[in-house]
Design a protein around this ligand. Structure first.
Ligand code: IVH
Length: 680
């Protein structure tokens, strides 16, 4: 073999060190200094050098992450210290009991310092470093004996093959969770679908399936990551006295820990952490199923000790499950405002994501066919955060015999008009238009809704009655009704009837963008309504415009322009609009912007919403900010323009005050979105 020139050996050592340093900056510190492509070039160069001079290859070289031959089976690893599990808390009371017991056992009155971390939904791993080098990785197994997955763990780029810095114990067993981030999981399943292969049910199964591969080359292609959350055994080096300090030491040594970890005081701190994280849960890039609380002091942990298989110093506070199974009673078709037919699964009521769910949308016929949901099926329902519940999949093994696939009806189930579906459109529609009571009702609901004409008290049930009794056929009819007519309806007292007439009268004073939005033109949402209003300045200018002119409005594409044009060409729509104006619906004049770029009123503004608002959910508030061109952000910084603080606003409000960011209460916020600065 050729002798290796000094220069090559030095270069290889340098490259190895650089690659490891960039891994650390990328994965642990979250502050990369180079691009992925530059990193790839460093690795390529090292590969080339090692290929030329094979004696340069070292066990811990970043080129050696993937071993070659698949194993016949996994070896067994006996844990030097058992890997325990955690007791669960499902309610505030459970957490209070946990804290009380901790303090009673320790005989302390004062509040205890706790380390809080997300409970990652993956699988536990134990990784042993000897003299700073990764020598073994094992799964938890039964807690006493696990499987040797060293070769697979070595393929995970964020796990260092060598510890960084100094001061690590000569024997260090770091424990943590292997997981698959949400984006990687989706990509993996998308690729599997394209190849016609089986998909994984959830990220946790995907992580487990990927780690337990006999061929590490397969594991290497899977997007796995690890967060470390504890030290098992250690020898030949001291560790600090607090769990939180241990975590920061692990980080110094290049072992990645969860950036959401915090130290809090007492049970109040625990519950605050739980609600803060719960609120952000659906936006985290990985799945978590709860929060883990640990007494921060390692000495107190020791004094508390263990009961059977779980420590007394820690507990897992679980979020309500986001997925549950239930049975489909039937598939029904709902007809929307524009005639779109949406299949809806009627379910045996099931408690999921903190609420009872009895319906789940299947979106459209293609989705229904793809998921093949049938009456009688057992299905997995998912409800995460505030999003609407959805059917994840059918449990095929539990399909009853003779279950029949649902078909797209040929006639509208509400009005009997023909249903059409164009090939290039996923949506089937009822052709009944406003003849169809379902479309009429939905149009009226939309017209009256808060973000449109904002007619207080005119809810869905009332609209059903008004349409079914024939009192109201279109939006203009609403303004003809008297208090006497309203009070003749079910569950309507004289007082409510008066209130409603008052609300209708108040709603007549509106804005042009709201009015356009309220008309319910297909695909014309709030942002498009704003753009149209700003461009044309008046309803007359818009409704007499030709197709070309409408197409010139910034952000209005040819399809929406077509919908707008057609809407105003229909005599029926023109009549209703005229009648509304005759009834006194009016708005302040706007200076038309013509072909100038329309700037949305909150463009360039970054707004953080925190705490609980009484008039809308936080998601809704953020939608409105976005609809007006603003950026809804989750964290407060010097660049934040406003913080909207509802009740029980916590750390974000404090941060805003600290940084001097203007704080709006709910009333200010409602004013801001009703009359945004410098907008139409
Ligand atoms: S500490 C003795 N911290 O939850 C305590 N566990 O039911 C050992 N887990 O097997 C665990 N995130 O796989 C701890 N931040 C976290 C965790 C966590 C997820 C898992 C772990 C363990 C199970 C315990």
């Amino acid at each position: 073999m050729d002798t290796v020139p000094d220069k090559a050996a030095q270069r290889a050592a340098y490259l190895r060190q650089e690659i490891e340093r960039h891994n650390y900056l990328y994965y642990v510190v979250n502050a990369p200094e180079i691009t992925d492509a530059e990193w790839d070039r460093l690795l390529q160069e090292l590969r080339a050098l090692e290929a030329e001079f094979p004696t340069l290859v070292t066990e811990d070289s970043p080129t050696q992450r993937v071993g070659t031959a698949p194993a016949a089976e996994f070896g067994e690893v006996r844990h030097r210290l058992p890997m325990l599990s955690l007791d669960n808390a499902f309610s505030t009371e459970d957490v209070q009991t946990f804290d009380r017991r901790v303090r009673e056992r320790l005989g302390v009155e004062e509040e205890v310092g706790y380390a809080c971390e997300p409970k990652l939904d993956g699988l536990a791993i134990s990784i042993t470093y000897e003299n700073g080098a990764l020598v073994q990785a094992a799964t938890r197994g039964d807690g006493t004996t696990g499987e040797d997955v060293t070769h697979n763990i070595r393929t995970i780029a964020s796990v260092p093959l060598k510890l960084r810095g100094t001061g690590w114990p000569s024997l260090l067993e770091a424990r943590g969770e292997v997981f698959m981030p949400a984006a990687g999981f989706e990509r993996l399943n998308r690729d599997a679908t394209t190849r016609g292969e089986k998909t994984f049910v959830n990220p946790r199964n995907a992580a487990a399936g990927s780690l337990r591969q006999l061929d590490p080359r397969i594991t290497a292609t899977r997007p796995l990551e690890v967060f470390f959350y504890a030290v098992g055994v250690s020898d030949g080096g001291a560790l600090p006295g607090l769990h939180s300090e241990v975590l920061s030491r692990l980080r110094d040594w290049g072992l990645r820990t969860c950036p959401e970890a915090r130290v809090v005081l007492g049970v109040g701190g625990l519950l605050q952490y739980f609600s803060d994280l719960g609120e952000r849960r659906s936006r985290l890039p990985y799945q978590i199923d709860g929060v883990v609380y640990k007494v921060d002091s390692l000495e107190l942990q020791q004094r508390l000790g263990f009961v059977s298989r779980a420590p007394r110093w820690a507990i897992a506070h679980k979020f309500p499950a986001e997925e549950e199974s239930t049975i489909v009673r039937g598939i029904e078709w709902q007809v929307g405002r524009t005639g779109a037919l949406t299949p809806v699964a009627r379910l045996e009521p099931v408690f999921v994501g903190g609420v009872t769910v009895s319906n789940a949308t299947l979106h459209n016929i293609d989705e229904l066919r793809r998921k093949d949901v049938r009456a009688g099926d057992t299905v997995i329902i998912r409800r995460a955060g505030d999003v609407i519940p959805e059917v994840v999949r059918v449990v095929a093994e539990r399909r009853p015999e003779g279950a029949i696939a649902a078909e797209l009806p040929a006639q509208c189930p509400v009005c009997g008009s023909a249903v059409v579906k164009h090939e290039d459109d996923a949506i089937a529609r009822c052709t009944g238009g406003l003849y169809c009571p379902a479309q009429r009702k939905e149009s009226l609901r939309h017209f009256a809704s808060r973000r449109a004409m904002d007619i207080e008290g005119l809810g869905a049930k009332l609209i059903d009655q008004l349409v079914d009794s024939g009192l109201v056929a279109n939006a203009a009819d609403l303004f003809r009704l008297t208090a006497a007519q309203f009070s003749g309806l079910d569950r309507m007292g004289d007082k409510s009837a008066e209130n409603l007439v008052g609300a209708l009268a108040r709603s007549k004073q509106t804005t042009l963008p709201r009015f356009l939005f309220a008309l319910g033109i297909r695909d014309v949402g709030e942002a498009t309504s704003l753009a149209l209003a700003a461009h044309f300045g008046s309803l007359d200018a818009l409704r007499t415009a030709d197709l070309d002119t409408i197409q010139q409005v910034p952000d209005v594409g040819p399809i929406i322009a077509q919908h707008v044009f057609e809407f105003f060409s229909q005599p029926h729509n023109r009549e209703v609009i005229d009648a509304l104006i005759d009834h006194g619906v009016t708005w302040p004049a706007i200076e038309p912007s013509g072909n100038r770029e329309v700037e949305l009123p909150l463009a360039g503004k970054t707004i953080v919403v925190t705490g609980t608002l009484s008039s809308m959910s936080r998601d809704e508030a953020q939608d409105r900010i976005r609809a007006l061109g603003g950026k809804a952000s989750a964290s407060v910084s010097r660049k934040t323009d406003y913080v909207v603080a509802g009740t029980e606003a916590g750390s974000k409000l404090a941060k805003a005050n600290e940084l001097g960011v203007p704080v709006l209460d709910e009333a200010d916020f409602l004013k801001l979105i009703a009359h945004p600065p410098a907008g139409p």
